[in-house]
Unconditional design. Structure first.
Length: 58
């Protein structure tokens, strides 16, 4: 099976980076007001990048 990966749009990439950084800062205790755990923020960032690689135009 040959995967055709496409680069994500710039806005999708930056949203994933922001989610990852929010998760990191939440884990380190810098952001304590977020109602979601740090793991799920980082997971959503990586999942968004994977979906953006697999779906053309995202």
């Amino acid at each position: 099976m040959k995967l055709k990966l496409t680069p994500p749009k710039e806005i999708t990439f930056w949203i994933a980076v922001v989610l990852g950084l929010l998760g990191l800062f939440s884990f380190l205790g810098v952001l304590t007001l977020l109602p979601i755990e740090a793991f799920w923020l980082v997971f959503m960032g990586f999942a968004l990048l994977v979906v953006a690689l697999l779906v053309k135009g995202l």
